[in-house]
Design a protein around this ligand. Structure first.
Ligand SMILES: CC(C)(COP(=O)(O)OP(=O)(O)OC[C@H]1O[C@@H](n2cnc3c(N)ncnc32)[C@H](O)[C@@H]1OP(=O)(O)O)[C@@H](O)C(=O)NCCC(=O)NCCS
Length: 329
């Protein structure tokens, strides 16, 4: 038996207990439940407790995925965390998570490509397994976006939440990985970024006072880019897999805005039964959103053996990507 393919052997997710509703925001921002629901589809999001960090969420989700796969951390060869909100700027959260789960001396690293993180991570991890470098990888998308959200900016504050989703990938006879389409355009970082705190603009008192250490975004520009790229990446990924939209059983998109997902799904001719949406519960959790949605879809019995799934995302970079995946139970 040659194990030259890859499959997902287990999934899991974790969201912090504290729930913040749209009404809560209306307590300090000039906004309303009606505006937020109609413009984004969001109703609730989960926020970390004081002292809770990204590795805490990642470890909780990772444990669930391991349990679902019937495996132990010692069975894992490599730990990858997709995040833009690491515990520290270094060391990598992947190292911290590997140690805390019990992956003694195993490699751990992070992928920093914002909301596209899970797609880039799935592509990387699949290549490492299909190439024979590793047999099992724990891939986790985990974010504490509340640590970089500007709560004085009503245009972005309402969008983000905290959470983590994890998948155990393992070498397999049947190959689930059918194709990947990745892209980026770094010519205008200011469309969606944290301006200060890196080497371009080290943090100082003035930048702190101007809240430049928080996320800022040009929402309308990002919206237009998101719809276009979601559709294009999905189509190209399907073409690369020699499939068409009709072959697609389930679309699991990044959960940034329900209107973005609805517009893309409409163009792709995908009815609600073929699209996973949980944005009302979590808001945008960046790299965590797709693995959380997958984990919930599996738990709800929406994913079946042999189903063709497209995972698709876009985000800071700007970046985008889609992976076509044939589910293997
Ligand atoms: C942010 C977003 C929800 C804003 O929705 P929109 O329909 O584009 O709204 P606009 O930015 O055009 O703003 C319309 C009005 O609503 C106001 N507004 C913005 N946020 C508001 C809020 N939370 N509550 C009430 N009003 C708000 C604006 O100030 C603006 O008022 P004005 O017309 O008086 O200037 C939307 O652009 C979006 O989701 N963009 C993509 C963001 C994203 O996905 N980022 C992450 C990518 S991974």
């Amino acid at each position: 038996m040659s194990l030259t393919g890859v499959r997902i052997a287990g999934v899991g997710h974790y969201a912090p207990e504290r729930v913040v509703t749209n009404e809560d925001f209306a307590g300090w921002l000039d906004t309303s439940d009606e505006w937020i629901v109609s413009r984004t589809g969001m109703k609730r999001r989960h926020w970390v407790a004081p002292g809770e960090a990204t590795s805490d969420l990642a470890v909780a989700a990772g444990r669930k995925a391991l349990a679902h796969a019937g495996l132990d951390a010692s069975d894992i060869d490599c730990f990858i965390v997709a995040t833009v909100t690491p515990d520290y700027s270094f060391p990598a959260t992947g190292c911290i998570v590997a140690s805390r789960l019990g992956g003694v001396d195993k490699p751990g690293f992070d992928i920093n490509i914002a909301c596209s993180g899970f797609i880039y991570g799935l592509t990387t991890a699949s290549a490492l397994i299909r190439g024979g470098v590793y047999k099992r990888i724990l891939l986790i998308g985990a974010e504490t976006l509340t640590s970089i959200t500007n709560y004085e900016d009503r245009g972005s504050a309402i969008l983000f939440g905290d959470g983590a989703g994890a998948v155990v990938l393992e070498a397999s006879e049947k190959d689930s990985f059918l194709s990947s389409e990745l892209g980026s355009d770094g010519s205008r970082p200011e469309l969606l970024f944290v301006e200060a705190g890196g080497s371009r603009n080290p943090i100082d008192a003035e930048k702190l006072a101007e809240r430049k250490n928080f996320l800022s975004m040009q929402g309308r520009e990002v919206f237009k880019f998101a719809v276009t790229k979601m559709i294009a990446a999905t189509d190209v990924a399907l073409q690369k897999a020699n499939l068409t939209r009709d072959d697609l059983n389930l679309l699991i998109p990044h959960q940034a805005n329900k209107r973005i997902v609805d517009a893309a799904a409409k163009y792709l001719n995908m009815g609600p039964d073929r699209v996973v949406i949980n944005i009302h519960e979590y808001g945008n959790t960046s790299a965590a959103s797709i693995p959380i949605a997958l984990s919930e879809a599996v738990a709800a019995g929406r994913v079946h053996d042999d189903d063709v799934i497209v995972f698709v995302a876009f985000g800071g970079g700007l970046s985008w990507g889609a992976v076509t995946w044939r589910w293997s139970a």
